[in-house]
Design a protein around this ligand. Structure first.
Ligand code: 5GP
Length: 119
C-alpha cells in the first residue's frame, strides 16, 4: 500500500490544516486529538511518510525512531503522566480501527483508561 499524501495528518504537517501543537522537533510533531477520549489525548506522529507502526518500525532511520520514542517520554513527563500512568495506542489497519493512514501513537491519560479492548 502506497502512502497517501492527502491524509489529514499529512495536511497538518504541511500546515494546510491547523492543530493544537504540544511538541515538535526535526522528526516529530505532537498535537491534541480533535475528539479527546480522555483528559489528556495527544497524537504523536513522525514527520516522515510512514503509514503504520510496522512501516515505521522497519523503515524509519535510527534517528527517527529515537526521536519518536524520546518525544513520547518528554510529553508524558511534561504532562505529569508518568507517576499515575498512561496508555499508548497505535491502531493499525482495518481490524485495528486505524482511520488516518499516517502512523500515529495515541497517548491517553489523566484518568483510568479502562478496558484494553471494547467488548
Ligand atoms: P485512528 O483511528 O486512526 O487511530 O485515530 C485517528 C485520530 O485522529 C482520531 O482519534 C481522531 O479524533 C483524530 N483526528 C482526526 N482528524 C483530526 C484533525 O483534523 N485534527 C486532530 N487534531 N485530530 C484529528
Amino acid at each position: 500500500m502506497a502512502y497517501d499524501d492527502q491524509n489529514i495528518f499529512a495536511k497538518i504537517l504541511r500546515g494546510e490544516i491547523p492543530c493544537q501543537e504540544v511538541y515538535q522537533d526535526d522528526h516529530v510533531l505532537a498535537f491534541n486529538d480533535i475528539a479527546p477520549q480522555a483528559p489528556v489525548h495527544i497524537l504523536v506522529i513522525p514527520k516522515g511518510a510512514y503509514i503504520s507502526i510496522d512501516d515505521f518500525g522497519v523503515n524509519a532511520t535510527p534517528e527517527e525512531l529515537k526521536a519518536f520514542y524520546s518525544a513520547i517520554d518528554k510529553i508524558v513527563s511534561d504532562k505529569g503522566l508518568k507517576e499515575a500512568g498512561f496508555r499508548c495506542i497505535a491502531n493499525t489497519g482495518e481490524n485495528g480501527g486505524q482511520e488516518v493512514p499516517h502512523f500515529h501513537m495515541h497517548i491517553l491519560g489523566g484518568k483510568k483508561i479502562g478496558p484494553m479492548v471494547s467488548s
